[in-house]
Every structure is written in C-alpha cells, then in structure tokens.
Ligand binder design. Structure first.
Ligand SMILES: [Mg+2]
Length: 167
C-alpha cells in the first residue's frame, strides 16, 4: 500500500473532464452526465500517484450537497473510491476560476503539490504556478499541458495517465 499524500490535490472541473459532447449519460436533472471510464481513469492515476484530495473547482460546486445532480457526482466518484474534500469559491464571477484556486491555496498552506484539470483556460494564465499545473482536457484522457514548461506534478500526472492507458 502506498502512503496517502494529503498534500497532493487535484482541482477538478467536471464538464469536459468526465464528459465530452458525445457523452450519452445524463444526470438525474437531465444535464450531460459522467462517463464511468473517465472517473476510473482519474482514480487509477490518483492511486498511482499515492493518493490525492479532490477539490471541486467546477461549477458543479455551486449545487447544494442535497441536489440530485451533486449526489450523482459524489456517487460516481465514490464508486471508484474517490470523494470530494472541498471546493473553491469564485468570488468575482465565473471566469475567475484561477483566483478561486489561488484563494484556496492561501487558505491551505499544507498543500504542497497540485494539478488542475479543466477544459477551459479561464484566468489560469494570470497565475504562473496555476498555468504550469493546468492540464487542458477534452475528456480526461485527452489532456495536454497548458504551459510550455509544466510543473513536475503535471508531468508526473500525465505520464501516469499514459502508462495506465497503455496497460
Ligand atoms: Mg468544464
């Protein structure tokens, strides 16, 4: 058993990570759902990494935890041994997702390593350390580095994902 690293965090977007436009799954409320294979891939990568806390940066964080769709997300994660540890707060509009992550990191100085999974760039490029840890997805399995010179944890995460997919 690998030691669980509480100091590694995955900032998670949902739409564009766990689904794409071709996803047929639907949430209980009728929105685009979540593909199990992509949740499993994330779980496998996190296991290989030695564990991670998942912090929701997706707009799904705006839901009440009692909302059917939130429960749907939580249960999809739970199915593969994952859970949501927290979420960021976007204080000044939806396009400031990076600022929300910066605020979260300031409130959690114990976080030593992190990656950001998202299918949009938002304001991430405004923060060099976020940009270096951003994996731009088109579905999780198609993740590419945002930065020309990504951080070590982004490289590791990407390498692990490739290794798992090649198995
Ligand atoms: Mg998205």
């Amino acid at each position: 058993m690998k030691k669980h690293h509480n100091n590694f965090v995955v900032f998670l977007d949902v739409d564009g990570v766990f689904n794409t436009r071709t996803t047929v799954q639907r949430t209980p409320d009728g929105y685009q759902g979540i593909d199990d294979a992509r949740v499993k891939l994330l779980a496998d990568v996190i296991n290989k990494y030695g564990g991670a806390d998942i912090v929701l940066s997706s707009d799904w964080k705006e839901m009440e935890q009692t909302d059917d769709d939130y429960i749907y997300l939580a249960s999809k994660l739970e199915k593969y041994g994952l859970s949501i540890s927290g979420h960021t707060e976007d204080k000044a509009g939806k396009n400031n997702r990076g600022a929300g992550i910066i605020a979260y990191l300031e409130e959690h100085p114990e976080i030593e390593e992190y990656v950001i999974l998202d299918d949009h760039e938002y304001d991430f490029e405004d923060y060099k350390k976020l940009w270096e840890r951003l994996l731009l997805t088109s579905g999780l399995e198609k993740a590419r580095f945002a930065a020309k010179e990504p951080a070590v944890e982004a490289i590791l995460f990407s390498d692990y994902m490739r290794e798992i997919e090649e198995q």
